[in-house]
Design a protein around this ligand. Sequence first.
Ligand SMILES: Nc1nc2c(ncn2[C@@H]2O[C@H](COP(=O)(O)OP(=O)(O)OP(=O)(O)O)[C@@H](O)[C@H]2O)c(=O)[nH]1
Ligand SMILES: [Mg+2]
Ligand SMILES: [Zn+2]
Length: 289
Amino acid sequence: MEGTVLQGIGSFYRIEEEPGNVFTCRAQKKLRKVAAPLPGDRVRFSPGSEDGDGWIEEILPRKNALIRPAVANVDILALVIAPVPEPDMQLIERLLLSAAVEQVRPILIVNKQDLDERMALRIRKEYAGSPLEVFETSATERKGIIQLREVLEGQTACFAGQSAVGKSSLLNVLCGFSLETGGLSRKTERGRHTTRRAELMTAGKLRIIDTPGFSLLDVLELDPAEMPGFYPEYESLTGGCRFRPCMHDREPGCAVRAAVEEGRLNRIRYERYRLLLNEVRETWKERYR
Ligand SMILES: Nc1nc2c(ncn2[C@@H]2O[C@H](COP(=O)(O)OP(=O)(O)OP(=O)(O)O)[C@@H](O)[C@H]2O)c(=O)[nH]1
Ligand SMILES: [Mg+2]
Ligand SMILES: [Zn+2]
């Protein structure tokens, strides 16, 4: 049989053969050594005689796969931020880059608009000129939900972001799910990691993967030389740079930096780019030393 992996629980996987027909199977060690099945994966499996008895035989070719969150075959990466907990925008920058590398369309959702509307305005300014789409929502006041539903319909979308930004709350409102939601820890002002595992769920025309919030950072393996290509608004100016190729870092006569100096490109986002470029360089060096 063929089906889609909904969720992995230890060495068990829930696989949907067709809507409503779900099997629990294990993955052979041999297979897990090459690549562990991920939510969103299409797999070939033998269902076994009883539920939990079956085996995954093969992972079918992937369209794409993200490392963090670990999901496969997604069309949209919906990154959720909120005024609280305070966003780690460098983390968002890293996720945006990983989406670009895997050809996943990223969108940014600024949730909890009921608490503070200024954050979304600031973010829009920072990403002006980039292809990133920004949405403003409030899960508690059910605002911005219709606009969000419009882009998600017919797509497989993975929701990701720090713990307690409201990913599960948004999905409850969007899809009529009743996922568990949690508050912030009073001491640390951080999320409590309410969602424990990534899970693919369907509601009408929406296919959504809810994921646990993260607070740890992951590195990204990418040839630094490729990085400017993932910033189309920088790439369009590259013809004016003195050096070819130009990483738009410290090179003299860089047209991108000039645009930042003259206020035509956002400085905050540019500084994030340079910081991330340095991270990517470090990782690359360590790997190929
Ligand atoms: N004021 C306000 N609170 C919200 C909103 N959306 C979610 N919350 C609250 O934020 C807290 C965290 O919500 P969750 O939906 O559990 O967050 P999550 O991103 O799924 O968190 P993890 O599963 O831990 O990754 C809960 O107390 C929600 O009630 C919103 O739009 N406005
Ligand atoms: Mg959650
Ligand atoms: Zn340049």
